[in-house]
Design a protein around this ligand. Structure first.
Ligand code: NAG
Ligand code: NAG
Length: 421
């Protein structure tokens, strides 16, 4: 995968970005933990019946795909698009009504002093020469008040609580940024890491002992179950047994999408199953939508009557296609040192699956706060690790440097948690 130029993961061709190959483990394990065999989840079906079912579904699917070719709105969310699920309070949409401005007090912490940054996000450690990308603050337009981040207040607010980020390496990206922001607020605080190796299998925990705050990252690329069976690796759109691991959390931040378009050798499943139907492939946006509904049903069934706060990350944009921001088609984020300073729509338009996410969240009984940072992140072609990632991807326009953009995601998370908007 390394050194290959790659189209963005949200490209309609279902191509894959090398940056997206990150399973967020720093190479600690090659095989996603979700692939570990689980006993007794699926019975083996006679091959013939199975092949028949497969054929029937493929035919049906082909028909459906033609007829229902998912028509997803490409409207910009601040220019006539659907309102974000993070219902703007007092006319303030903190995720849309703002600009990136230089703030010399940024970054919010010195990444060299943060002990939690994995190589793939550690741009400064690997010699990124420019620092301008660290200096941008998301400035909100009135009537939004500028959100303030107070790490000590957050540690006190979370005393005795467990905060869990659940998803792919973009969730890990935000998690590591948050660890750094909390560590910077309480640099002397004792922390314990488990497992000590830093391995994510499938989770990884950092505790701020003096505050009794537990922060967990739980790796799952699809939210729904991925199960190794005799027939192969099966992505199960309608089961989410692994979610029992998330019940202990008081605050949950989810994400998914980047692994859905994968094809070829880096596609980590062989079949997709829904009910008794097993197929070799289907429209990936449709599969994603079904999985999100499974997730939403689980949240409504298990968390509706709890105090658990639930967030969902907006889809994090990649920058592999210069034409998205008015550069040449072959330009990627490599060498980019400045954000787009537009206050209008992003030239490349929204990511179509944002509309899917909004619509699923809007249908839920449990209020889920959408951290709708896609647009403000689309403006930040300068904030990716590029080649400064210790040679892990050598051309990463998917993840984000830490310190860097995910710090702003956490400022906004804090703003949401503390009712600032
Ligand atoms: C830490 O928080 C947990 C969960 O609320 C609680 O059970 C435990 O007693 C707390 N430990 C300390 C040392 O306060
Ligand atoms: C817009 O960005 C360019 C560089 O990308 C910069 O030179 C220019 O000053 C910016 N304009 C404004 C109004 O911020």
């Amino acid at each position: 995968m390394k050194n290959q130029p790659a189209p963005p993961p949200d490209a309609p061709t279902a191509a894959v970005a090398p940056g997206d190959a990150a399973d967020g483990t720093g190479g600690a394990h090659e095989q996603p933990a979700a692939l570990l065999p689980r006993a007794g989840v699926m019975r083996r079906r006679p091959a013939l019946v199975w092949a028949g079912a497969l054929l029937a579904v493929l035919v049906l699917l082909a028909a459906c795909t033609a007829a229902a070719a998912v028509s997803i709105s490409r409207r910009q969310h601040r220019h006539g698009g659907a309102p974000s699920a993070s219902a703007a309070r007092g006319g303030c949409d903190a995720f849309a009504a703002g600009r990136w401005v230089v703030d010399e007090s940024y970054p919010l912490y010195d990444s060299a002093r943060c002990p939690f940054i994995r190589d793939e996000f550690a741009c400064a450690r690997f010699g990124r020469p420019d620092t301008g990308y660290l200096k941008y603050r998301w400035q909100l337009d009135p009537p939004c008040a500028q959100p303030r981040f107070d790490g000590l207040a957050l540690l006190r607010m979370w005393r005795g609580k467990t905060v869990m980020f659940v998803g792919d390496s973009l969730a890990l990206n935000q998690y590591e940024s948050l660890l750094c922001m909390l560590h910077a607020a309480a640099p002397g605080a004792r922390t314990t890491v488990s497992p000590a190796s830093g391995k994510i299998d499938p989770s990884y925990t950092v505790r701020f002992e003096d505050y009794n705050v537990t922060l967990v990252y739980y790796l799952t690329h699809y939210l729904v179950d991925l199960v190794a069976e005799r027939s192969g690796r099966v992505l199960k759109l309608d089961t989410i047994e692994q979610a029992s691991n998330w019940l202990a959390a008081d605050v949950l931040v989810f994400d998914s999408w980047h692994w859905w378009p994968r094809t070829g050798p880096t596609q980590p499943w062989d079949f997709i199953q829904e009910g008794n139907t097993v197929v070799r492939d289907m429209d990936r946006t449709k599969a994603f939508t079904k999985a999100l509904h499974t997730w939403a049903n689980w949240v409504d069934a298990n968390l509706l009557h709890t105090d658990t706060k639930v967030f969902f990350q907006g889809i994090s944009p990649s920058h592999y296609r210069g034409e998205d921001w008015g550069a040449s088609a072959k330009k990627t984020c490599m060498g980019e040192t400045q954000p787009l300073n537009g206050t209008g729509p992003y030239p490349g338009g929204p990511i179509p699956q944002q509309a899917v996410l909004r619509s699923v969240l809007a249908g839920m009984a449990k209020p889920v706060y959408l951290l709708d940072f896609t647009y403000l992140s689309q403006l930040r072609k300068d904030a990716h690790p590029t080649k400064y990632d210790g040679g892990i991807f050598a051309g990463d326009c998917t993840h984000w440097c830490v310190a860097g953009l995910p710090d702003t995601w956490n400022v906004l998370l804090y703003g949401a948690l503390t009712g600032q908007f």
